[in-house]
Design a protein around this ligand. Structure first.
Ligand SMILES: NC(=O)C1=CN([C@@H]2O[C@H](COP(=O)(O)OP(=O)(O)OC[C@H]3O[C@@H](n4cnc5c(N)ncnc54)[C@H](OP(=O)(O)O)[C@@H]3O)[C@@H](O)[C@H]2O)C=CC1
Ligand SMILES: Nc1nc(=O)c2c([nH]1)NC[C@@H]1CN(c3ccc(C(=O)N[C@@H](CCC(=O)O)C(=O)O)cc3)C=[N+]21
Length: 305
């Protein structure tokens, strides 16, 4: 008898992200032609964290590809909170800017929360402002900005499971305001039965084994093991962890998710890889949110994603 190893469908986040970007590009061109409006995005980065610089650069590149007006503000690590708040205020008042993103984490002497709440909610394309978090929670998606990573993860889930998740158990590991909580709200809005896990959850493996849809957003390399996964489950790996690979040489690193990919792919029905899964979707949804913002400011109906 031969052992049969089932292997999950690999969800190609890069390809789905490209199709989102194509929609953004053509809608941006149309908006410019019909209303003379060019979507504008401002990305603010404080300090010199190399990983943050890579993300910020790829956001700028993608924005240009979409035909957006794109500006980057790079501030010194020692910038005061007051100076950052005053830049945010300027961007709030700049009619050419429809989306503002302040790259997180900020240096320790700056209060992340205060800066995020200073962004005009109508330009908060990250969806982190309490107004947008509140709108998502009460289900007012038409005027909210939904955080990019959960929004992108939902589009990937939709490709596998469709828009209506009635009858399915979804488990989200992680309860952050930027990923875990909004992810749970979106799954709930799509009629899944949702469980949110965190560092105090007593039996994480057993809870995960109930999941038809399992979302890992923990920040712990390869924490979710193969025997935590229900056969046939859809596994969405949000984690981005750079781990050292000493055998490849000093200082060499590799990107891994929060899911032990090879093991889980043998059990899951569908799984996102890292890289090439949720990461590219995050950037694509940032473009989508910026376009939506520009459409709203111009009084026009944005496309659906
Ligand atoms: N692909 C993308 O575009 C993005 C990827 N990320 C990545 O996603 C991951 C999560 O990010 P983020 O939400 O910001 O992280 P946070 O550190 O803010 O939150 C992590 C969550 O995981 C929980 N947690 C930590 N350890 C355990 C454990 N041992 N068992 C169960 N739960 C645990 C924490 O629980 P508690 O609340 O109890 O402390 C917390 O709720 C990171 O790897 C990050 O790099 C983030 C944003 C975008
Ligand atoms: N205000 C704010 N908004 C954010 O959305 C935000 C943030 N701050 N701080 C940091 C996290 C992280 N994040 C990622 C975006 C893209 C990839 C991405 O494109 N990843 C590629 C690989 C990139 C690589 O090779 O390093 C992939 O997974 O295929 C990853 C992570 C956005 N974040």
């Amino acid at each position: 008898m031969t052992a049969v190893t089932e292997t999950a469908t690999v969800i190609d986040g890069k390809a789905v992200a490209e199709s989102v970007v194509e929609t953004v590009k053509s809608a941006a061109a149309e908006l410019k032609q019909a209303a003379g409006v060019v979507p504008g995005i401002a990305v603010v980065i404080v300090g010199e964290d190399p990983a943050s610089q890579v993300y910020v650069a790829s956001k700028g590149k993608k924005a240009k590809e979409c035909g957006f007006h794109s500006v980057q503000h790079t501030l010194a690590e020692a910038t005061s909170e007051a100076d950052l708040l005053s830049l945010v205020e300027d961007l709030n008042n700049d009619p050419q800017i429809h989306g503002i993103l302040v790259q997180l984490p900020l240096p320790g002497h700056i209060d992340d929360g205060r800066v995020i709440q200073a962004i005009d909610p109508e330009k908060d394309v990250d969806g982190f402002h309490v107004i947008n978090a509140g709108k998502l929670t009460i289900g007012d998606m038409d005027t909210a900005f939904v955080p990019c990573t959960p929004a992108g993860s939902m589009l990937l889930i939709e490709r596998v499971r469709g828009k209506d998740l009635s009858g399915l158990n979804a488990v989200v590991v992680g309860r952050s305001n930027i990923v875990g909580k909004p992810m749970a709200s979106l799954l709930l809005a799509a009629n899944a039965t949702v469980t949110i896990c965190h560092s105090r959850t007593p039996d994480l493996p057993a809870t995960c084994r109930n999941a038809d849809i399992l979302v890992a957003a923990v920040g712990r390399p390869e924490m979710v093991r193969g025997d935590w996964v229900k056969p046939g489950a859809t596994v969405i790996d949000v984690g981005i962890n750079r781990i050292p690979v000493p055998e490849r040489g000093e200082g060499k690193t590799r990107l891994v998710g929060d899911v032990a990919y090879a093991e889980c792919a043998e059990v899951a029905g569908a799984i996102t890889p890292v890289p090439g899964g949720v990461g590219p979707m995050t950037i694509a949804m940032l473009m989508a949110n910026t376009l939506v913002s520009a459409c709203r400011h111009a009084g026009r109906t944005p496309p659906a994603f």
